[in-house]
Design a protein around this ligand. Structure first.
Ligand SMILES: *[C@@H]1O[C@H](CO)[C@@H](O)[C@H](O)[C@H]1NC(C)=O
Ligand SMILES: *[C@@H]1O[C@H](CO)[C@@H](O)[C@H](O)[C@H]1NC(C)=O
Ligand SMILES: *[C@@H]1O[C@H](CO)[C@@H](O)[C@H](O)[C@H]1NC(C)=O
Length: 279
């Protein structure tokens, strides 16, 4: 009897011991999960220049390039993304890991970087700021944040005045208010494919004299109104795989002369009467 009891207690202790050991192992595993990250950063000591202009190249005499490839823990990835932006003109990071468990945020300091790429780094929040009064950003020309989990357009986007490329492909955007880009009058490429966009809208007239490429493919648009867009240079326009979309309001060959037309048998639900009138 006593022997059996002692044996039972021993067994229980053993089970409890094994259980807590296993729990400890699995929590350690999450905490030490490693994520691949490759990054490039360029610093420029002389920061006396103010705005980005076409053809800008950092002066080799005061530029410093860094490059690293690591398999880091979440804490290390966060530390790398928290680099000092005060003299950084370029930062590009990308990962080839499955980053579902990686959760990061990024705040862009205004009027520092010219180019920022954060590709598949687990971004859930992105903002630009803080801005003082009516200050704008006249440096950021390329903002590329594809393959993250951003569900909102970054705060501060409306302050970017020299933006040439915005790449937010493969995120979780539901709504894109186009007028947030109204100061980016020289925008050339706007890439929003593979989101969950139900609305791509603007309240005011927006003019993008230089816009060449607009990619809204693989979204959930049911309606699209181009009446308030002025984009005479638009040549590449992708809107395929919006399966409920049956027409684009305000679209005409005269307004968008360089766009080649739409695929009648494609992945939209085109109203064929409308389609014939715009091809
Ligand atoms: C990161 O891990 C992968 C596979 O686990 C390995 O092939 C690669 O060499 C590692 N890279 C570095 C920089 O440690
Ligand atoms: C960032 O770098 C600048 C100059 O390169 C330096 O003055 C500043 O103290 C640094 N900030 C931090 C938080 O390290
Ligand atoms: C299809 O388009 C034509 C011309 O734009 C329009 O008159 C008609 O009402 C549309 N049909 C449907 C079902 O929306």
């Amino acid at each position: 009897m006593t022997v059996t009891l002692a044996a039972t207690i021993c067994l229980l202790l053993l089970l409890v011991g094994i259980g807590s050991d296993a729990a400890q192992r699995s929590s350690t595993k999450v905490a030490t999960q490693r994520y691949h990250l490759e990054w490039n950063r360029m610093q420029e000591t002389d920061q006396s220049w103010r705005c980005w202009t076409e053809g800008y190249r950092p002066n080799a005499a005061n530029a410093n390039k860094m490059h690293e490839t690591t398999n880091g823990t979440e804490a290390e990835v966060r530390r790398i993304l928290g680099f000092n932006q005060s003299s950084t003109v370029l930062f590009m990071a990308n990962s080839n890991s499955d980053n579902q468990n990686l959760r990061t945020e990024f705040t862009v300091t205004p009027n520092r970087m010219v180019r920022l790429t954060l590709d598949n780094v687990g971004l859930e929040r992105l903002q630009i700021g803080p801005f003082v009064g009516n200050e704008n950003d006249c440096r950021l020309a390329d903002l590329s944040v594809p393959r993250n989990r951003l569900s909102e357009v970054p705060q501060g986007l409306e302050r970017l005045t020299v933006l040439r490329k915005l790449d937010m492909r493969q995120n979780a955007l539901v709504r894109f208010p186009l007028d947030r880009l109204r100061k980016a009058t020289q925008l050339k490429r706007l890439l929003l494919a593979h989101n969950q966009l139900e609305a791509f809208v603007t309240e005011d007239l927006v003019t993008f004299e230089a816009l060449q490429e607009l990619d809204l493919s693989h979204n959930r648009l049911k309606t699209l109104d181009s009446t308030r867009w002025s984009a005479p240079a638009l040549a590449s326009f992708h809107v395929d795989h919006n399966r409920m979309l049956n027409a684009i309001e305000g679209w005409s060959k005269t307004r968008f002369p360089l766009v080649r037309g739409f695929d009648p048998a494609g992945t939209n639900n085109w109203n064929q009467t409308w389609l014939k009138s715009v091809q």
